[in-house]
Design a protein around this ligand. Structure first.
Ligand code: 0O2
Length: 280
């Protein structure tokens, strides 16, 4: 097939990958904005490279005409989670989406591959709008923990180096590393609630501080400079106490002060406007 035709064939898959990444990134953002823990830590994606498509087609005896119908991972999305428990939540989230329809699920977490590989795979149907109208394509979504990903990325590069002739010793070491990853994920799960609590309170503190700083910045535009410096010094004192409740209270009080100045600024500009137009 000519290179130009490959580009045409893969174009919709590129669009799908880009769209889906934006959608999952938005989900992460929404969780954070609502002060919720996001089961998705990170999303990446890729369109399968032409050499990799050719290799798979050759291995599975797939003709060029059958590539789109038989190779399910031309578009690939990878979702990374912090904990094994998050994977089920993400799977459920995908099953309930109206813009994707699940074709197939492969649970390599409860059914670890011989190589030691663990991940949860979904093949979904996804619609994209092209110049020629709507097109339904397949997308592979791999869901795994940070630890599983660490193992898979390294093992994948070794597979690439050795092809099908990986020395038995290296295979053995990878298997041992895979077992350690299972243990690591279990250990992290046992402190999951503590970690989530710590992350949530860090997130909450960060958003309160951002709001306070925005308010102080706005006050500089409308209030007396000496007043604002006093508020700023007060903020530093509260911040140093490392007490989330006090910080929240300070932020609420500052909101009221800012709103007061804002209302004052609006009514002042209204009066100025009336003076200018001689309607006062
Ligand atoms: P690449 O380079 O990642 O694109 P099947 O459904 O069995 O007919 P398929 O498509 O091989 O055929 O399905 P499978 O086994 O679910 O594998 C799909 C993808 O999962 C692979 O794509 C890998 O990305 C990943 N994967 C599967 N097994 C392993 C493994 O042992 N180690 C690692 N590191 N990754 C694995 P590709 O096309 O093989 O490769």
């Amino acid at each position: 097939m000519e290179i130009q035709l490959w580009r045409e064939l893969l174009n919709p898959y590129e669009l799908a990958v880009n769209e889906i990444i934006v959608k999952f990134d938005h989900l992460i953002k929404q969780h954070k904005e609502r002060g919720l823990y996001s089961p998705i830590e990170q999303v990446t994606g890729r369109v399968k490279s032409i050499p990799s498509i050719l290799e798979k087609a050759q291995k599975k005896k797939i003709s060029i005409e059958q590539i789109e119908s038989k190779i399910e991972d031309l578009a690939g999305i990878r979702i990374i989670c912090q904990f094994v428990e998050d994977i089920d939540k993400v799977v459920e989230l995908i099953r309930n989406r109206s813009d994707m329809r699940v074709k197939k699920e492969k649970d390599y977490i409860n059914n670890q591959k011989e190589s030691g590989y663990r991940s949860y795979h979904l093949i979904v149907y996804y619609h994209i709008e092209t110049l020629d109208g709507m097109k339904e394509i397949m997308v592979e979504i791999q869901i795994r923990t940070l630890a599983m990903n660490f193992w898979a990325v390294i093992e994948h590069s070794l597979q690439y180096k050795y092809k099908r002739n990986m020395p038995i010793e290296i295979r053995h070491q990878l298997m041992e590393a895979a077992n350690s990853i299972v243990k690591l994920d279990e250990q992290m799960s046992s402190v999951r609630s503590e970690i989530i609590e710590a992350q949530n309170s860090f997130q909450a503190k960060a958003s309160i501080v951002t709001e306070i700083l925005n308010n102080i910045q706005n006050l500089y535009k409308v209030a007396n400079k000496r007043e604002v410096i006093k508020i700023q010094d007060e903020f530093y004192k509260v911040y140093e106490q490392n007490d989330l409740k006090k910080l929240r209270l300070f932020s609420e009080e500052l909101d009221i002060i800012t709103e007061g100045y804002h209302a004052q600024a609006i009514s002042l500009s209204g009066i100025e406007h009336m003076y200018k137009n001689n309607t006062y």
